[in-house]
Design a binder for this molecule. Sequence first.
Ligand SMILES: Cc1cc2nc3c(=O)[nH]c(=O)nc-3n(C[C@H](O)[C@H](O)[C@H](O)COP(=O)(O)OP(=O)(O)OC[C@H]3O[C@@H](n4cnc5c(N)ncnc54)[C@H](O)[C@@H]3O)c2cc1C
Length: 290
Amino acid sequence: MPRVSFASPTTIDEAAAALAGASGLAKVLSGGTDLLVQLRSGRIKPDLIVDMKRIPGMIGIREEGGKFVIGAATPGVMLSDHKALEHAYPGIVEGVDLIGSQQIQGRASLAGNLCNASPAADSVPAIIAARATCVIAGPNGSRREVPAESICTGPGRTSLQKGEFLIEFHLPKPKPRQCDAYLRFIPRTEMDIAVVGCGINVTLDGGGTCTDARVVLGAVAPTTVIVEEAAQALIGHKLDADTLARLDAAAQKACKPISDKRGTIEYRTKIAGVLARRTAAIAFERAAAR
Ligand SMILES: Cc1cc2nc3c(=O)[nH]c(=O)nc-3n(C[C@H](O)[C@H](O)[C@H](O)COP(=O)(O)OP(=O)(O)OC[C@H]3O[C@@H](n4cnc5c(N)ncnc54)[C@H](O)[C@@H]3O)c2cc1C
């Protein structure tokens, strides 16, 4: 039976030192809902596991200087229960609420969802659409803040260097008439992996014309995709039939999916356009109501 060392540090610097000093594979543990499954199946064989949950600040949500600061290991249920966050970012909470079951959401974190680096991760499109940033801690007290979209570099791969891990997400408070939405399509009614996921964040003027937008697709490429052309289809326009048609076409054009048991390339591509239309309609309606 292979030996795995386990560390449960109480400071960020202790955690970074443990990760940086590991001789073999070191893995960060937040909720463990991906990591433990991978351990059991033998997909990963770490020499060291470093638990984040005893480090103050890693679990919790605070409002500070015009933004929400979310501890990287905060479980999904805490995000769903946070009234101000849910009001500001219903789309992010929609993504979190789709992760597994209630039991899974009692552990599963944003950092784990992002750093597991699955292109189908449900919280990631809306987090990126919100222009969230991640604060990364590293060895020798280093800290850097990067856009959430810079973390995943491919399926199961991240841009994090040895000894680095996420400590916080920063979400700017939305502007007036700014809101988001997230939809995914799965072949079953629950507990499945997205065939396509779509997160859209829009800002409207008083007349309902879009002044800013981010359209992000999941599960249609090796990483989550920011579809700039789809955002441009919305900006400067109201949500009429022409706008929706341009959005649909831009979303489909951005897809580079694989065919698997959940859907073919053609099916995923078509669904991406349909989901983009539906998600935009919800985001516009929410933003207009603010
Ligand atoms: C039954 C079941 C259903 C699921 N359904 C869904 C679903 O519908 N949608 C979906 O998106 N996911 C789903 N998942 C996957 C999983 O629950 C999510 O990806 C979850 O958000 C992972 O978070 P975690 O805190 O448990 O991560 P962990 O398992 O602790 O970690 C996951 C990965 O991220 C790394 N990591 C964790 N925290 C950090 C950090 N702070 N800094 C750097 N790296 C870190 C770990 O080293 C590991 O590689 C499901 C899982 C199960 C078991």
